[in-house]
Design a protein around this ligand. Structure first.
Ligand SMILES: [Mn+2]
Length: 244
């Protein structure tokens, strides 16, 4: 009961991995449920790969970042009382987006952004790429830089990606690349390396990146949750976060 009342006092929803601006994302179909979640949330967390700079249908990172800014402003207008936290992922760790996020945060005190993770109450929100094999903070930064420096994918690469999606390689690939238990163990190790403020008292961890929906998997006394991704054929849930 204590947990339920805390949730009612501070409703918080989280989404990640919308991969907006790619042709392969079905996130537009989730827009109304996302808006409804914003309206009922006191805090709303966007946990990375909300926009996809590698596979964007816009011609440049600047154009994608401008569209991202407009999308975020529209979302902020949906919940005029809601606090927003934007945590970057690998596909949106773009200098052009960071520039827009900084300017949006300066203009709008309800909006904050974080390059790697944020703790709200006893919940930690992070994108989840720290759960890739053999990652530490230094390698994570190098991994992100690889995305930041990259130009939008070529038409040929986009076509190959379409073929892979048609063969559902993204579904099989997610299972092979990200065995649930290993990812959760690596994320736990990562949080321990970041310091006690990321583990002490933390009861719930919300992440994305693997595109595998998880609702409440326990590890070392913490519950891990992943909303999945609205990419073709993958399960996706808007999660209500427990901050207590
Ligand atoms: Mn990712």
């Amino acid at each position: 009961m204590a947990r339920l009342s805390a949730q009612l006092q501070h409703p918080c929803c989280v989404v990640s991995d919308l991969h907006l601006f790619t042709r392969r994302s079905d996130a537009d179909q989730q827009l109304e449920p996302i808006k409804a979640a914003v309206r009922r949330s006191r805090t709303f967390v966007l946990a990375g790969d909300i926009f996809d700079f590698r596979w964007s249908r816009f011609s440049s990172a600047e154009a994608t970042a401008g569209e991202a800014r407009r999308w975020l402003e529209a979302l902020l207008a949906v919940g005029p009382e809601t606090q927003f936290h934007y945590v970057l992922g690998n596909h949106d760790h773009s200098p052009a987006l960071i520039e827009q996020l900084e300017s949006l945060a300066a203009a709008e005190p309800r909006f904050r952004w974080h390059p790697y993770q944020v703790r709200i109450g006893n919940a930690v929100f992070l994108h989840g790429d720290a759960g890739n094999p053999r990652m530490n903070q230094e390698r994570l930064e190098a991994y992100r830089l690889g995305f930041a420096e990259e130009r939008p994918a070529s038409i040929a690469a986009q076509r190959m990606y379409d073929v892979a999606m048609a063969l559902r390689l993204h579904v099989v690939g997610a299972r092979l690349l990200f065995p649930e238990r290993s990812v959760i163990r690596r994320l736990t190790e990562h949080l321990h390396r970041l310091g006690p403020e990321w583990t002490t008292g933390v009861r719930n961890v919300y992440f994305g990146h693997t595109h595998r929906a998880l609702i409440g998997v326990e590890y070392e006394g913490r519950m891990f949750h992943n909303c999945g991704s609205p990419m073709r054929g993958l399960p996706f849930h808007i999660l209500e976060a427990d901050l207590s």
